[in-house]
Design a protein around this ligand. Structure first.
Ligand SMILES: [Zn+2]
Length: 64
């Protein structure tokens, strides 16, 4: 079963809105995707286990 849904999130690096497609059949997932605008990696964190259906993103920890 696959339940794809599009989410708009703000890129943590450049602030642009980017659209990501979340597979809602997976209740908890975390993956890295490159921003379409600035090409920096961002970590997409999905938690559908609670009532808030949380989708958030973080910038990846920068390598010094
Ligand atoms: Zn960006």
């Amino acid at each position: 079963m696959s339940l794809l849904e599009e989410y708009e999130i703000g890129c943590p690096s450049c602030g642009e809105l980017v659209t990501v497609v979340i597979d809602k059949s997976i209740l908890q997932q975390e993956y890295t995707e490159d921003c379409f605008v600035c090409c920096r990696p961002m970590i997409i964190s999905v938690n559908l286990n609670n009532e808030y259906n949380e989708v958030s993103c973080f910038s990846e920890v920068e390598i010094p």
